[in-house]
Structure formats: structure tokens, C-alpha cells
Design a protein around this ligand. Structure first.
Ligand code: PRP
Length: 182
């Protein structure tokens, strides 16, 4: 895996600092509340696992499975719900947990859906924000790190389902995804 990475963009130490900082902020901002932390599978898994342990509040953890990439390196724009929520969310404070916001197609679609279902509030925390990738205007509420427009993998982010278990976020060597389509 490591040999396919051109350079590291977010180190393991930085990830620890990000989770600490955002966990503290969420603890302050949601004081007195019982928010639902909603992870969008599968990319959220490592970040969800780390950040919830830095939030000192009574929280619930739930997941939805959505997909818009369908295996490639660019968003298809067509957001599919593969697995829905298993709890009612009307009148609940929701914090969506994401690994990355790129085009914002996924987050805008899911935010609209949750508001339509009667959530009291919907905010989101993302490890990475790639603002140059936007196809819709959207500003995440809590951001770990802003990154340039490059295809990144690791710490939840995949290319064709691999590399999610890298402990850091790195830029994939372009020959890895060009080779596949030759
Ligand atoms: C990735 C990522 C976000 C979304 C962000 O999910 O986890 O959910 O894309 O991109 P966008 O802002 O352009 O919508 P993906 O659909 O690849 O599924 P995965 O989490 O299972 O990898």
C-alpha cells in the first residue's frame, strides 16, 4: 500500500490533534444536549471511531450507507442510499460525520433529507474539506483540514475500496489509477 502513495497530506499525529480539537469544540457546542452522531459509511469509520472518544457528552452513534463515487475517482453526482437509518430522528440534534467534502453532492443531499424528516438541527464534522472540488456551494460546520484538489486515500478514503486502512491520508500516485484503465 505505502509504495502507491506519492506523498502524505495528513500525518497520524495531525489526525490525533484534529480529533482532539474538534472533539473539544463539539463537547462545548453541544453541552446539555444528546446529539446523534451520524456516520456516512464507509469512509467515516476511522474518523468516527477516533472523534467520538474525544466528545464528552451522552451521544448516540448511527450510520447510513450512501455512495456517489461507484468505484471511480470522480463523483457521479447521483447519491444513492444503500442503507438507511434505523432510528427516528425527528427533534434530534444531528452531527453528520464525514471523511471528506468534495463536490458537496453527498452532504447537501443528506442534509436536505434529514431536515425533511424533521431533525431539530443538522450540522456536520468532516476530517477533510476540498473546497476547490465544489459543484454546489457548501461550508462544513467543523473541518479538520482543508486540502488541495488531489485524489487522496487513507484513513477511511478509498480507491476501488482499497487503502481505507492506511493510518494517514496521502495522495495516490496517478499511475495507480491510470494503469487500471489502460
Ligand atoms: C465519499 C466520502 C463522502 C463523499 C464526498 O463517499 O466518504 O461521503 O464521497 O464526496 P462529495 O462531496 O463529492 O459528495 P463515497 O461515495 O466514495 O463512499 P464511501 O464513503 O463508501 O467511500
Amino acid at each position: 500500500m505505502h509504495q502507491d502513495i506519492e506523498r502524505i497530506l495528513v500525518t497520524e499525529d495531525e489526525i490525533v490533534e484534529i480529533c482532539d480539537r474538534l472533539g473539544k469544540q463539539l463537547t462545548i457546542d453541544y453541552q446539555g444536549k444528546k446529539p446523534v452522531f451520524l456516520g456516512l459509511l464507509k469512509g467515516c469509520v476511522p474518523f468516527m471511531s477516533d472523534i467520538v472518544r474525544k466528545v464528552e457528552l451522552p451521544i448516540e452513534i448511527v450510520f447510513m450507507s450512501v455512495s456517489s463515487y461507484h468505484g471511480g475517482i470522480a463523483s457521479s453526482g447521483d447519491v444513492k442510499i444503500k442503507m438507511d437509518l434505523d432510528i427516528p430522528i425527528s427533534d434530534r440534534d444531528i452531527v453528520i460525520v464525514e471523511d471528506i467534502v468534495d463536490t458537496a453532492n453527498t452532504i447537501v443531499t443528506i442534509m436536505d433529507l434529514l431536515k425533511h424528516r424533521g431533525a431539530k438541527s443538522v450540522k456536520m464534522v468532516t476530517l477533510l474539506d476540498k473546497p476547490e472540488g465544489r459543484l454546489r456551494p457548501y461550508q462544513p460546520d467543523y473541518v479538520g483540514k482543508v486540502i488541495p484538489k488531489e485524489f487522496v486515500v487513507g484513513y477511511g478514503l478509498d480507491y476501488d475500496e482499497f487503502y481505507r486502512n492506511l493510518p494517514y491520508v496521502g495522495v495516490l500516485k496517478p499511475e495507480v489509477y491510470t494503469k487500471k484503465h489502460e
